[in-house]
Design a protein around this ligand. Structure first.
Ligand code: TEU
Ligand code: CA
Length: 529
């Protein structure tokens, strides 16, 4: 089978505020990213998704964009972006930008114009109603904000500083496509598309995801932007399941290459208070979701394989209690590499980074977390309980400054970082790991090189996936079968050793030496046929 370029990418996600600061202001920037391109190349990643770096008041870490064509000064200049594109190209690394077009910042000129009156041509770029309904914002509270001067409410599915765009307006859609083409013409490789499932929202019916016209818009976007280009697209779709994934990613439908699905993670959110009150992790439930995803309609759709991103606490901490965090990081990545689909690495996973230890409320900065410090208090939880719920589950956990070495704050910045550094940067950093053959970093490199091998890649991309030991509370194991090849994958997803079912077979690759027993988090890959 012919492998398409987008199918064989290994994508590395950068949260630019936290990756590398080049000028000592405590905030990561584009020059910082440029200085680390060789690091990313050496890791084996082939593309970089950069979380938003556009002009923004930063009410939501840049997911509130006030100008889609300018780089925010805290991240650098448009010339820095040109340089990044050039330097990435030299290394054959694609740059994937974050496309946030469900909403803008309230400081975007479109919204500022819209506020001027109902006759203003930009008024209809946003979603207005005479009356609010009960629709809630993802970040807590109601999704409607009243503007006295207009005697109308505007919709904001996220923070009130993030008014929702009105995709029913063809003029708005044209402006967005033009902007996307502008960046692709500049040499950008593609887009990660923020909450793209919300474009068809029907707020009067309380429908936010999977609205009536969603797929029409995505097909139109494909035609006006992607058609005839070799570009990459991945949609962020919290509401997608194994069947709706086809709607987005069946190549015949011409919408997106792949989507992020979240139920593997969100299934552990509590009935009440969701992410702030997760239920205990259960490996069998995790496998149920991930295996189902792997065996359902994969011939007509495509998977994005990920464990972490800038919104989720690290999976090594949520899912791997009692296990060594660094060994767990190797195991999770090996799974991503051997499932059908395209693997994503979130910055820091490749060195096994952990969380900061938040000691007081003031150290938490994320808008979702800050809103919920109040909302949860209003529900009657004690101050101590609220702090615990928020500090353990908030998005800041994943947004800590990257640990490059053992100097102050992990060498991220010569100044004071905008967010607390991880608790153990002195022992968990690139400098410590780069020359250590047994480190997480070395494993990631070897794992990528193995997966991308000519005789392995087609099997990983197109082979059948056959789940094994679904009821086992300790192993994560499956077969991949392609033409006359059969490869067995087993990971010990538990704190204690397990027996190796394939001892004596043709050993191909592993995170631990081949033996009768597999230690906690150990991964072994065998050729069975
Ligand atoms: O996330 C969408 C989203 O729904 C998340 O906010 C998610 O529900 C939440 O983080 C779970 O805690 C995207 C971006 O990834 C996120 O960073 C943005 O804040 C959000 O959209 C708005 O643009
Ligand atoms: Ca900086």
């Amino acid at each position: 089978m012919n492998i398409k370029k987008w199918q064989k990418q290994i994508v590395y996600q950068i949260y630019p505020r936290s990756f590398k600061d080049s000028n000592g202001d405590g905030i990561g920037d584009l020059k910082g990213i440029i200085s680390k391109l060789d690091y990313i190349k050496d890791l084996g990643a082939t593309a970089i998704w950069i979380s938003p770096c556009f002009a923004s008041p930063m009410k939501d870490g840049g997911y509130d964009i006030s100008d889609y064509r300018s780089i925010d000064p805290i991240f650098g200049t448009n010339a820095d972006m040109d340089e990044l594109l050039l330097e990435a190209k030299k290394r054959d690394i694609g740059i994937i930008l974050d496309l946030v077009v469900n909403h803008t910042s309230d400081q975007h000129v479109w919204f500022q114009e819209a506020l001027k009156g109902k006759d203003n041509p930009y008024h209809d770029y946003y979603v207005w109603r005479k009356k609010a309904n009960t629709l809630g914002s993802v970040f807590g509270g109601n999704a409607w904000e009243y503007v006295p001067a207009l005697d109308e409410y505007y919709l904001h599915l996220f923070a009130k500083e993030q008014p929702d765009l009105n995709w029913e307006n063809p003029k708005l859609r044209e402006d967005i496509y033009e902007m996307m083409n502008y960046w692709l013409d500049k040499g950008v490789y593609g887009f990660r598309m923020d909450v793209i499932e919300n474009l068809g929202k029907q707020p009067d019916l309380l429908i936010t995801t999977n609205g009536e016209h969603l797929h029409e818009y995505l097909q139109e976007m494909h035609q006006k932007v992607y058609e005839g280009r070799e570009a990459f697209s991945v949609g962020e779709c919290w509401g997608a399941d194994d069947h709706t994934r086809i709607l987005y990613t069946d190549p015949d439908r011409k919408e997106l290459n792949m989507v992020f699905q979240f139920s593997f993670f969100a299934q552990f959110w509590g009935q009440k208070n969701g992410k702030w009150n997760p239920s205990p992790f259960d490996l069998i439930k995790l496998k149920e979701v991930l295996f189902h995803k792997q065996i359902t309609e994969t011939k007509r759709s495509w998977n994005a394989n990920f464990w972490d991103n800038h919104d989720l606490p690290r999976a090594t901490i949520s899912f791997c209690k009692g296990m060594d965090r660094k060994e767990a990081s190797k195991m999770l990545f090996a799974i991503s590499c051997f499932e059908q689909g395209t693997p994503f690495i979130y910055q820091g996973d490749e060195i096994g980074m952990g969380h900061p230890l938040f000691l007081k409320e003031e150290e938490i900065v994320d808008v979702e977390a800050r809103n919920n410090l109040t909302c949860l208090r209003d529900q009657g939880f004690s101050k101590e309980d609220v702090f615990k719920m928020v500090s353990l589950n908030c998005r800041d956990n994943a947004r800590t400054p990257f640990s490059w070495d053992s100097t102050k704050d992990g060498g991220f910045s010569t100044g004071t970082p905008w967010l607390k550094a991880p608790a153990d940067y002195q022992t968990c950093n690139v400098e410590e790991e780069k020359n250590d053959e047994t480190s997480v970093l070395s494993f990631f490199k070897k794992m990528i090189a193995f997966r991308q091998k000519e005789d392995i890649l087609p099997l990983v991309l197109f082979g059948d996936f056959i789940p094994l030991a679904e009821d086992s509370p300790s192993s994560f194991s499956f077969l991949r079968v392609y033409k006359d090849q059969e490869i067995g994958f087993i990971a010990n997803f538990s704190p204690s050793p397990i027996t190796n079912p394939w001892e004596g077979k043709e050993f191909l690759f592993g995170s631990v030496p081949e033996d009768r027993f597999i230690p906690s988090c150990g991964v072994l890959i065998y050729r069975l046929k």
